[in-house]
Design a binder for this molecule. Structure first.
Ligand SMILES: Cc1cc2nc3c(=O)[nH]c(=O)nc-3n(C[C@H](O)[C@H](O)[C@H](O)COP(=O)(O)O)c2cc1C
Length: 338
């Protein structure tokens, strides 16, 4: 028995060594290609085991990793699968999640099951979601109780309000803001007793908006920065927008720029979800390390395809992501820091 396994070990070793020789010519890097952002410190590294976590808190909730599942509406049919798979992941692996727009629940109960995921999440942070235009309508109509009831219906920890003026403008059927979102928000916040997060949906926000948000009694800001999924582009791909609007697709602020802006502003008690175009673990890790305020990293589109496939596909995707995050944390430091 032993000699067979010794023989297969030797065969495996010989195969590996053969591969090394064969692949060497294709495995050449250029010094110019080095990632200049990090110091690589192998001397202090141990590989992560599946039980390892990067524990942190977000809005008084314990997370096993500083990773947030950003809000996504699923559309009829898909919504239930997506939300249930994502919530199950967050419950099992102690993450936090924003639901996609719960607008449908303001007017009825038909889609309630799509959003009823609290049982899968346990006590993890789960945020309901509503667009600024819908909030404005309810503020103007004096019907804010409908928002509070919606948050209660889905047993959410609080509410995310998404600011999406360009998306609304690109959509022929889109809503129009009649009063400034700052006024809408200020009026809404007078009437709220649960945590509120404000986010963009892919264009980010500039310094004036961020500064004004920091002065409001909101709990967190989610970037929804430029550089990833872009709803102005998405609406224009639906074939619905005129040529003259198209340059607006390119406006906005990247997550990197938003970190720089926020690092120069006085931050009170708010926390942050760095999101929008965080495509690689190293980009996310760099942003988190650069940002002085408490933050988690949010991703939407990255989770979408595996969440649509199956829970198992989603969990495998997440476990790979987590291992990469822990590897980055263990072996890389930002240059200029110890
Ligand atoms: C399919 C899909 C649906 C989305 N629906 C919502 C939504 O209902 N509410 C919201 O606040 N953001 C929504 N978003 C925006 C995301 O939360 C996020 O801000 C944006 O996709 C940028 O992140 P990403 O580059 O990681 O995808 C959606 C994104 C996707 C991909």
């Amino acid at each position: 028995m032993k000699s067979t396994s010794n023989a297969s070990f030797s065969e495996g070793l010989a195969q590996r060594k053969g591969d090394h020789i064969e692949l060497t010519s294709r495995a050449q890097t250029s010094a110019l290609g080095v990632d200049p952002r990090f110091n690589y410190e192998p001397l202090f590294f141990t590989h992560a085991s599946p039980e390892d976590n990067w524990e942190c808190t977000f809005l008084n909730h314990k997370l096993h990793m500083p990773i947030w599942v950003s809000s996504m509406t699923g559309g009829t049919g898909h919504a239930r699968t997506i939300n249930h798979n994502l919530a199950r992941l967050c419950g099992a692996h102690k993450l936090g999640m924003g639901l996609g727009s719960c607008r449908a629940l303001i007017s009825g109960h038909d889609r309630l099951e799509d959003f009823q995921v609290r049982a899968l999440m346990g006590d993890q942070p789960l945020f309901a979601n509503l667009g600024m235009a819908q909030l404005e309508e309810l503020v103007l109509a004096g019907k804010l109780h409908l928002v509070h009831e919606m948050v209660k219906k889905v047993e959410a920890t609080g509410l995310i309000i998404h600011l999406n003026p360009l998306q609304e403008w690109f959509q022929p059927e889109g809503d129009r803001y009649k009063i400034s979102p700052l006024i809408t928000l200020s009026r809404f916040l007078e009437d709220v007793n649960y945590p509120v997060i404000v986010k963009e949906v892919g264009q980010g926000m500039g310094p004036r908006s961020l500064k004004a948000l920091l002065e409001l009694p909101i709990s967190a800001i989610e970037f929804g920065a430029f550089g990833g999924t872009n709803f102005s582009l998405l609406e224009s791909l639906r074939g619905s927008s005129e040529e003259v609007k198209k340059p607006f697709i390119q406006v906005g602020h990247t997550a990197e720029e938003m970190v720089e802006i926020l690092n120069s502003l006085p931050i009170g008690r708010q926390e942050f979800i760095i999101s929008g175009g965080v495509k690689s673990v190293l980009d996310g890790y760099e942003l988190k390390m650069k940002f002085k305020a408490p933050s988690v990293i949010g991703m939407a589109s990255g989770f979408l395809a595996p969440a649509l496939m199956s829970y198992e596909a989603l969990e495998t995707y997440y476990l790979n992501l987590k291992e990469s995050w822990l590897t980055a944390k263990g072996v890389l430091n930002l240059k200029g820091e110890n």
